[in-house]
Design a protein around this ligand. Structure first.
Ligand SMILES: Cc1cc2nc3c(=O)[nH]c(=O)nc-3n(C[C@H](O)[C@H](O)[C@H](O)COP(=O)(O)OP(=O)(O)OC[C@H]3O[C@@H](n4cnc5c(N)ncnc54)[C@H](O)[C@@H]3O)c2cc1C
Length: 414
């Protein structure tokens, strides 16, 4: 259909076409690997980094490889919320898409849901898988893509997926209006807390539960260390311990973005003592030693979402020559939704799988595709919002367990 401005408003995607994925972090890579296996698309992947160097250990959620609705919602924090937010048909559709994921990729996903692994090993594994596939090679471009570049490279019917992470390239370009790009207008952000993410390796098997978190912090009135503990899945005798210490906004302002145990001891002895007490108790129980030093990152723990995760406003904005009116744009991964507490990659992967499932449907009207992705992203946002608030609330209560009045202040039952 020709619009009055002369541009063409697409009803459905062309039978063959190009997909531009900007950003080859974990989510951009997964999407690329999923779309690569659909012969009708040629995928172009753009990445500014030359090497995968992020060694931080990350964990993926078991729901990513669920093969039934029951296993999908088997989550001790928010299993019920899944039923409350998603329709049964949506859950079944998601599972059906999972079953169609090529076995090489599914094997990797299964592996990563078993325990912590370095982020760059996930990135390298998917990147290598993409390069090793013999059919439908992906065209890679090593460059910093600007928003102007991204807009200029579009031909009608191309798909553009922004996987550039929390500082998304295109999030601010998805709202129509005066033509000015209004930074932040398309982002809803909620700051939950400031935190240190502290990581160390321990040379013995060590596992943790809620009692352990409590007793090992019993003498820490402040700066309780709240770990997430899993054995590294590649080495059974080494425990990878990663956890969070809540800090004030002033503490946050006085710290560099990343540092080690020595810096902590000199500059924030209160936090260091709390860590030492926690670690001494692990040693008393298991007679092991820390391997190396503490690795510490200070971060604001934010929940945020793009109010528009697609270019659907451009499609309905009326006559325009803007390429977003004829080429659908999607945000995926941290560019669409960000969440703390070790859940973001799983959320990004989940949305990426759903998006790939929509793109795979040949006759799906474009408007439906955009609307359905918006709705799905919104539901995933609701889920992660509720889950994160629950985790934060539980953390707040936990941190006040020694002080009944402070605890009661946080309860607000009705
Ligand atoms: C300390 C810490 C611990 C974490 N632990 C966990 C965890 O245990 N589990 C979990 O799920 N999540 C964890 N996360 C979050 C997780 O790392 C992110 O959610 C994840 O990396 C987001 O993936 P992404 O692909 O959306 O974006 P990113 O990983 O940010 O990737 C974006 C990619 O786009 C590229 N790029 C950006 N701009 C451009 C451009 N203009 N042109 C070309 N390329 C561009 C970047 O170079 C990058 O490769 C943690 C985060 C931190 C900080």
């Amino acid at each position: 259909m020709a619009s009055p401005s002369g541009s063409t408003t697409l009803e459905t995607l062309p039978s063959r076409g190009r997909v531009h994925v900007v950003g080859a972090g974990p989510v951009g890579l997964l999407l690329t690997a999923l779309l690569q296996s659909m012969e009708r698309f040629s995928v172009r992947l753009y990445e500014k980094r030359h090497e995968y160097t992020r060694t931080r250990m990350v964990q993926l959620a078991p729901y990513l490889v669920a093969d039934s609705v029951d296993s999908y919602r088997a989550d001790y924090i928010d299993g019920d919320n899944v039923d409350a937010v998603f329709d049964p048909a949506e859950l079944h559709e998601g599972l059906a898409f999972r079953r169609s994921i090529p076995s090489d990729l599914m094997a990797l996903l299964r592996d990563w849901t078993l325990g912590f692994c370095p982020l760059n090993s996930i990135e390298r594994a998917v990147s290598d898988l993409i390069d090793a596939r013999v059919s439908n090679g992906v065209q890679r471009t090593a460059a910093v893509v600007t928003a102007e570049d991204a807009i200029a490279m579009l031909e009608p019917g191309d798909i553009l997926i922004d996987c550039t992470g929390s500082r998304s390239l295109l999030r601010d370009h998805l709202t129509t209006g005066s033509g000015e790009v209004d930074g932040g207008a398309n982002t809803l952000k909620i700051r939950l807390e400031y935190a240190l993410v502290i990581t160390f390796l321990y040379g013995q098997t060590y596992d943790c539960n809620e009692y352990c978190k409590y007793y090992k912090n019993a003498e820490n009135a402040q700066y309780k260390f709240i770990p997430m503990v899993h054995r590294t899945h590649y080495d059974g005798s080494v425990s990878h311990v990663s956890g969070i210490v809540n800090i004030s906004a002033d503490d946050y302002g006085a710290m560099p973005s990343r540092f080690d145990g020595k810096w902590l001891r000199t500059n924030f002895p209160g936090v260091a003592q709390s860590m030492d007490r926690f670690i001494d108790k692990i040693k008393e129980e298991t007679h092991g030693e820390i391997l190396g030093d503490l690795e510490i990152v200070r971060i604001p723990l934010d929940l945020y979402r793009a109010r528009n995760a697609t270019s659907r406003h451009w499609l309905t904005a009326g006559p325009t020559d803007h390429p977003f009116a004829t080429s659908p744009v999607f945000l995926a991964g941290d560019s669409a939704i960000g969440s703390p507490y070790f859940q973001s990659i799983s959320l990004g992967f989940e949305c990426a799988m759903y998006l790939a499932g929509l793109i795979a449907q040949r006759d799906l009207p474009l408007r439906d595709m955009l609307d359905r992705y918006e709705l799905y992203s919104y539901k995933q946002w609701l889920r992660v919002y509720m889950r994160s608030k629950m985790i934060k609330h539980n953390k707040d209560l936990f941190e006040s367990l020694d002080d009944p009045l402070a605890l009661l202040d946080k309860l607000h039952i009705y």
